[in-house]
Design a protein around this ligand. Structure first.
Ligand code: NAD
Ligand code: DAU
Length: 381
């Protein structure tokens, strides 16, 4: 057996958690060490069932902590590092940019250095470090590094970086460091730049889970600006499959865009979310027990009559709001045969069903700072 040991950072968050669940299910011969600081966005409960102290070990800590990261490399002979850990929310980066530099840039650079120390021995005739066979540092990046598109065109891997938010600027910067380590030290790295993910375990500050939560509470659904901004949505497990494929089979020093040709205006996502929750509640009235806003008809049954587009509320636009993202995923398809397996129509129903049946999880993740954050962002609305 060719056992592989992974350091997966940020796996108590949305995509990282889905990723470790996926690799633990897919491979018998893997061992995973999760390093996560458990910020507001991390929730140990999400991966509690996966952590068994053997195949999957959890360590709470900061990717920027040199001593800790070095000690992990010394304890486990990692083959792979997959770096998900990040401050990931654009709105929060507008509130507090510095934290994004600290985690997303300095944290990533600290991981790169620790990997360089642990994975190299000696140098070649030109002075380049000699790397242990089979190792790989994979950086999970985003399409936001490319900036914003007009009505036509797609982001390709050679599209110039043009980030606009403090979040995307920090991610672009981290990508540049990852590539610099490849060019300067011949470090075996890869990067994936994916479009918007949706699916189970996403924190309800991001559009889709926030909509679901507010619909259940009968609260206004905040649409930034005029709602015509476009995002390219991908089901989270398709993203996880792409990362695993690039990690194991992608060319070292290569960047791969990941997306599913699934562009939607925000307002359409909002309408679709209302219609889907309403349809599920109508087809399966037993689900109505999770409604926080409960109105009853003449027979005393909980109704969903109030659940419609009256909930839509246009609010002040996000500062520097990117108009359109759209990924050209041709390279990963051509080179590695990846393509998305879940259609948006199926994925959104699966996601909404998951939230309706996992309200305890939502309760857990919003028990901390969430109410203060919501109040700051959306006021009394
Ligand atoms: P998330 O916010 O849900 O999770 C981030 C995780 O990182 C949390 O568990 C948090 O506790 C942890 N973390 C934060 N700072 C840390 C630190 N200093 N040290 C260790 N752990 C720390 O994020 P997500 O949506 O799962 O995104 C994961 C990665 O994927 C990010 O790098 C993000 O930029 C990228 N990405 C996200 C999307 C998306 O749609 N969500 C799309 C493309 C790329
Ligand atoms: O494109 C990939 C990126 O997708 C990732 O790199 C980020 O980590 C991830 O957060 C996501 O960024 P977005 O800013 O696109 O996602 P968010 O869910 O915050 O917003 C999606 C769109 O919906 C965006 O145009 C802003 C809008 N929006 C968002 C919220 C939270 C609203 O209209 N109302 C809202 O309340």
């Amino acid at each position: 057996m060719n056992m592989k040991t992974y350091l997966v950072t940020g796996a108590a968050g949305f995509i990282g958690a889905n990723y470790i669940k996926y690799i633990l299910k897919m491979h018998d011969d893997v061992r995973v060490v999760v390093l996560d600081l458990l910020t507001y966005a991390g929730n140990l409960g999400t991966i509690a069932a996966d952590i068994d102290g053997e195949r999957c070990v959890f360590v709470r800590g900061d990717i920027g902590d040199r001593q800790l990261v070095d000690s992990l490399f010394a304890t486990y002979a990692f083959d792979y590092v997959v770096n998900f850990a990040a401050e990931s929310h654009v709105d929060r980066s507008i509130e507090n940019p510095q934290l994004f530099l600290q985690t997303n840039i300095l944290g990533t650079q600290n991981l790169l250095d620790a990997a360089r120390r642990a994975w190299t021995k000696g140098t070649d005739a030109c002075g380049y470090p000699l790397w242990r066979e089979g190792v790989r540092f994979h950086q999970v990046s985003t399409d936001e590094v490319y900036g914003s598109l007009g009505a036509v065109g797609y982001f390709r891997e050679d599209t110039p970086l043009c980030p606009h938010s403090p979040y995307s600027a920090s991610k672009a910067s981290a990508d540049l460091f990852v590539m610099a380590y490849h060019d300067t030290y011949h470090m075996p790295v890869s990067i994936t730049r994916c479009s918007n993910n949706y699916g189970p375990y996403q924190f309800p500050e991001k559009l889709i889970p926030l909509l679901i939560k507010n619909i259940l509470e009968g609260k206004p659904l905040p649409v930034y600006g005029d709602g015509t901004n476009v995002r390219d949505w991908l089901y989270v497990e398709d993203h996880c499959k792409a990362i695993e494929l690039v990690l194991r089979e992608g060319r070292p020093g290569s960047i791969y865009n990941v997306g599913g040709h699934n562009e939607r205006q925000n307002i359409d996502i909002v309408r679709m979310s209302i219609a889907t929750v309403r349809r599920l509640m109508t087809e399966r009235p037993e689900l109505r027990r999770v409604l926080k806003k409960q109105e009853r008809d003449a027979e005393g049954q909980i109704t969903v009559d109030w659940m419609d587009e009256r909930l839509i509320t246009f609010v002040r636009d996000r500062l520097g709001h990117d108009q359109r993202y759209a990924i050209d995923p041709d390279k990963i398809r051509r080179e590695l045969g990846w393509q998305p397996e879940t259609s948006f129509e199926d994925g959104i129903v699966r996601t909404i069903e998951w939230y309706l049946t996992h309200q305890e999880w939502v309760g857990q993740v919003i028990s901390g700072d969430y109410q203060h954050y919501y109040e700051r962002m959306y006021g009394g609305r």
